[in-house]
Ligand binder design. Structure first.
Ligand code: PNS
Length: 171
């Protein structure tokens, strides 16, 4: 059993694909830190960091988590600095189709060059039904008023619809 793992991401917004990884990772570790990147340069985000944390909290509360402490935090700067600060043993990343592989290996190798802290990266294969799901696809569906319930929780769906109305100047 892993003592402390981290699952970092942009989560703009959290999808059922992310939740599937969180659910499965919770079975591998005693504590899971879900870390939301607070990146001011990524200003094209639909949700700010507080909203992303709220969406995560709400969505994670619907999962069936046993014997794993889940903590949701935000971070900026380098992920390895957070890994050092939090004394993380394992970095969890979801791996979808082959297209993710190149970026993930680059991220992994770079992270390992940036720190002396020893940690392992575990890639969890996305479940078949979420293989091609991403936050950007979800935003695209939302903007065109498509059906969202397959991809996000009801709570996230409501917030997405509200955000689309705001973007379209309805609110
Ligand atoms: O959900 P994402 O967008 O795939 O998550 C990417 C994330 C947040 C894990 C990655 O961008 C990240 O770790 N950013 C922090 C800066 C950093 O440490 N970059 C890696 C070394 S260049």
């Amino acid at each position: 059993m892993i003592k402390k793992a981290i699952y970092p991401g942009s989560f703009d917004p959290v999808t059922k694909g992310h939740l599937d990884i969180i659910q499965r990772a919770s079975k591998l570790t005693e504590e899971l830190v879900v870390a939301v990147l607070h990146n001011v340069s990524k200003s094209n985000s639909w949700f700010n960091v507080d909203e992303k944390i709220d969406l995560l909290k709400n969505s994670i509360s619907e999962l069936d988590i046993k014997d794993c402490k889940i903590r949701i935090i935000s971070f900026n700067g380098l992920l390895v600095d957070l890994i050092e600060k939090e004394n993380i043993d394992v970095l969890i990343r979801g791996l979808r189709a082959v297209s993710d592989y190149e970026y993930e290996v680059q991220l992994n190798l770079t992270n390992n060059l940036l720190t002396k802290k020893k940690f392992e990266t575990i890639f969890l294969n996305a479940s078949r039904k979420y293989l091609y799901l991403s936050s950007s696809v979800v935003r695209e569906i939302a903007i065109h008023h498509g059906k969202l319930d397959y991809f996000v929780t009801d709570y996230v769906e409501k917030k997405l619809i509200k955000r689309v109305d705001e973007i379209n100047g309805k609110n």
